[in-house]
Design a protein around this ligand. Sequence first.
Ligand SMILES: [Zn+2]
Length: 624
Amino acid sequence: MSKKEKSLNNKIQQIYSALGTEGIKELLKPYIPDIVRLNGETKGNVRCCYPENHSHGDRNPSLSVDLKKGLLHCFVCGDKIPGGMLEFVAQKRGIKNLQLINELAIQHDLLPDKSGLNKTLNLIREGGLKQHERLDEIAQSVREELSRKGKFIKTQNNEAYYFDESKHKLYEIHKDNEQFAVLLYKLGELNQADPDWKYVFNDLRLYTLSKGQESDVWKFTRWDNGKLYLSRFDGTMYVLDGENIETKNNGSDGVLFIDRNDWEPWMIEESKNEFGLKELIGQINFDTVDPSFDGITLEEYRQLFATCLLSQFFIDLLPTKPLLLFLGEKGSGKTSIIRQVGKLIFGSNFDVKTVERGKEDAFTAMVAAHFMVPLDNVDTSITWLNDALATTATGNKRTLRKLYTTATEKEIWPRCFVWLSSRTPYFRRDDVSDRLIILRLKRLPIGKFIQEGQLLRQIAENRAGLLHELLQKLNTIVAYLNKHDISQDCVNFRLADFAALGKAIWTALGGEEAAGAWERILNKMQVEQEDFALEDDPLPLVILEWMGDDNEKGPICPNTLFTELQCTAEQKSMDFTYKNARSIGKRLSNIKSTFEDRLNIKITQSKGRSNITLRTFKKIKRDG
Ligand SMILES: [Zn+2]
């Protein structure tokens, strides 16, 4: 490849990076309307732009599209459609390929700065230096240029960032960060494919880690000194002090936000139409039980959901974060509500993710990268999931191993909210269920069912109004938090921080009455958590049956316990799914506290011969 071709190729790559897959789709849409069929996918088949060449107007789509690689191909039309997307668009517009590329480069501010650093680097490149001297000189010039325009930041976790002071934008100095690559390209036509790049990159990273200014870096929101800071994802942020809502540049007041590239900037506007947060929440199909049971009512579910939504913004007041679980069958809208909230806050690129067995690193990477971690259809047994959820909720360290190559391991301190949807949850260990907010959903009858597309359109159309309403509510809560110490509220509840924040939210928004209702919800929620931990598990009933009228049984070794329980279950024709002593032992340690709270049976352990674990079951007498 000639130098000229290479430079052109680089330019096209930069344009693809800057446009992103959504931008490329927009570019193609006027000529390939069916491109919308791809939805969130980056690859697939759509209806050809020359339907007349196909039978039945190409009803079975034959134009294959790869947005990431920028390629188009139709077997029938062949050369009539250029393989490169930019060439295709240029052909359709009737302009030269180069003209389009330059147009887009200008539009996306991608023209390299020919006068400044570029000139210097070219002088160094042509200066006949030895290779290592040349690389050193290049790296030093890039570093100096970046220092003039911004500052290098390192965090306590040894992450390296660069803050562009003119655009108030923070970049992670990471080899996979395309935005940082674009920055280096613009600055000195440095391209990731060139050997110079790697040297410059490593130099910048090491320089930052040794000499960078130490600072914390936040995702999305920060509570600091009585003020709530919210990134608008465009280099500015909202600052809520309880009275005013100000807009300041990112980095002001020492608060630095790192935004994901796919987060869509916040625009707010006071809404003139009827669709507000109340209507959004009103569309959720909560599954309430018969009111004669003391279950969670529809109004209470709505209040609980609203609390979860609002409390996300005050993540810094929640050392332990609740895990939000939407529990319901297919068609109950559990995935849709997660999408709606995600798209409201983070924009149209937000979508749900899945977890897979053997992919714990992918989970940890998600926790590191996102603020709202949306896990969809978590319906299979995954051995690491209980631990992963428990550590994420408490913000304990997680380690990322394989995906990170610049160091052997990367430490992650989770600061995010996990939203789960499930039909058959397997994550029922009691240190997980104690942190779950369980929102049960049901299917709507046919006829009342609203298409998901319509719900999402509603969010997109009303985003500015909904965000405006959210901001006003948040500011009211900020005012309350600044006048009251909430640290001693609700200490008796399991999710004490969340309970106290919820109480503050409802006192601020709805007065004493709403706060009282909140405490009733908390009590019902604890019962719900205990039921959840034991649901579908035959063990508690079989143990109750096995104990009979005895107040105490044991100490008993695992094998005898297994045989006796199996025997009891057989005699009473009860289901018993446990296959061995080990699985019973494991389950009992997982739900020990639930046994105590719910069944009033205390299980104690002691060591027997050859270090075998013996268990004693004792009924607890409670007053009343
Ligand atoms: Zn075709």
